[in-house]
Write a protein that binds this ligand. Structure first.
Ligand SMILES: Cc1ncc(COP(=O)(O)O)c(C=O)c1O
Length: 453
């Protein structure tokens, strides 16, 4: 017996929960969700809650949408699975790839490579970036750079690029030549810089110094989330992404936008990078692509990269990558139905509008409760940063139980939110209306009243 389980009855189920010590949950009842409809989910005791995190930042169109279920069922009645390896296809994979390229015409995207989740779409992006430079006869360009606080999934490539040490510490040795520069985070940065333009400059300057130190001829790509999600919902300064693009162009470095969370409207724009006025070379898409109804991801590459493969006639252009479930027909069926809803209901615009409403109302809580150091966000990605002291901005103890108690109190008051370290995060379905936002706000108020007392 160890400290977690002493004198307690163990759970009977046999799976491990992600991102936690297995012992932590041995003796605790999980939140067991049994039903969902629209903005709401129900637990196994019949308690109804607003899904303030859209599952895991993914159920953008809301739960239980007939259009999506019908599309999946229709495809199942035809054929449930077929593959996309060399020379084999199925109609919905073709239809969806055409749709994705049409939606990203502004970004000059040319081709789609399917996967089944965000982590494997990131791996695809890394391998494509490296192969691009092999095709360009610059094989030494293998370094991939990223940001502190970044999250790029849990496969070994993504783990190497993650900017939070906790994701890496037990899994080395990791991919070589991956290094992280400071995160463009106004609330906490090593320069104590509070001027957005200056902060964008400081971070991008650091990137340039690293390029010059290692040599531009060793750098393949830079990868970043348009708004950092799992790192604590960090919204970069307005000038950061345009400056990043400019610097990448100066040294011909590929820019990869990890849009796993921000893709399809969550940041208030159809794509997060588009919201910053930037065209990446590679876009990584998952979650919102199918609203989580069926696992599916897509890595999009632009004409610059496609051309390099197109022009190659020897083995260097051989694309030795692909997943059994990449482009799964049920995922493609779900995605086509979901994207139709995203466009018809103009969900990016609703995310911007409702996000602004939530941010304005939650800022009032920031002024009211000493525990809230800052409320920040963009679109429907919002974080409440919990602090010991507003002036020093020192976070609450990560090992303490304040975030867990607030989360629990929120659930009792009718809303599921997600604690990420010392932050409470909100990412509700993009279909949320003002009444739904009020449910979230009131649940948070009630939770802070209870815990603060
Ligand atoms: C930005 C980003 N990239 C990659 C991933 C990994 O996606 P998945 O969990 O589907 O593997 C996530 C998951 O949250 C993410 O937020």
């Amino acid at each position: 017996m160890n400290q977690f389980v002493e004198n307690k009855t163990e759970n009977t189920y046999k799976f491990w929960h992600a991102l936690s010590h297995p012992n932590e949950w041995r003796t605790q009842e999980p939140l067991r969700i049994v039903k969902g409809d629209g903005l709401y989910v129900w637990d196994d005791k019949g308690h109804k809650m607003l899904d303030g995190f859209a599952g895991l930042w993914c159920v953008n169109v809301g739960h239980n949408r007939t259009e999506v279920k019908d599309a999946i069922k229709k495809q199942m009645d035809e054929i449930s699975y077929y593959q996309l390896f060399a020379g084999v296809s199925h109609p919905l994979a073709e239809q969806l790839s055409n749709k994705l390229i049409e939606m990203t015409a502004e970004e000059d995207m040319a081709k789609v490579i399917y996967g089944s989740g965000g982590s494997d779409a990131v791996e695809t992006a890394i391998k494509i970036a490296r192969q691009y430079w092999v095709l360009k006869d610059q094989p030494k360009r293998t370094r991939i750079m990223s940001l502190k606080n970044a999250y790029h999934g849990v496969n070994l490539g993504g783990t190497s690029l993650n900017g939070m040490p906790v994701f890496k510490m037990n899994y080395g040795p990791l991919l070589e030549q991956c290094n992280q520069i400071e995160s463009p985070w106004l609330y906490r940065n090593p320069w104590n810089c509070e001027d957005p333009d200056e902060l964008a400059r400081l971070v991008v300057d650091q990137f340039e110094r690293e390029i010059l130190y290692y040599g531009a001829d060793t750098v393949a790509a830079f990868i970043a989330e348009p708004v950092q999600g799992a790192g604590g919902i960090i919204v970069p300064p307005e000038k950061f992404w345009p400056s990043l693009r400019k610097l990448c162009d100066k040294y011909e470095i590929l820019l990869i936008a990890d849009e796993v969370i921000t893709g399809f409207g969550r940041s208030g724009h159809m794509f997060g990078s588009r919201g910053w006025g930037v065209k990446p070379d590679i876009m990584v898409l998952a979650k919102g692509l199918t609203s989580g109804y069926v696992p599916l991801s897509a890595t999009l590459l632009n004409t610059r990269i496609e051309q390099a493969f197109h022009d190659n006639n020897d083995h260097k252009g051989l694309f030795m990558h692909g997943y059994t479930y990449g482009g799964h027909p049920l995922g493609c069926a779900a995605a086509l139905a979901v994207l139709d809803i995203v466009e018809k209901e103009n969900l990016p615009e609703n995310a911007a509008k409702m996000g602004q409403y939530l941010l304005t109302e939650l800022k009032k809580l920031e002024a009211q409760y000493p525990l809230i150091g800052e409320v920040r966000g963009k679109g429907l990605m919002i974080a409440l940063d919990l602090v010991k002291d507003k002036n020093s901005r020192e976070p609450i103890d990560a090992e303490g139980d304040i975030a867990a108690r607030l989360t629990e109190a929120c659930r009792s008051a009718g809303a599921v939110i997600r604690p990420i370290g010392t932050k409470l995060c909100l990412a509700p379905p993009l279909t949320i209306d003002q009444a739904g936002c009020d449910v979230l706000i009131n649940a948070l108020k009630s939770a802070f009243d209870q815990v603060q007392a």
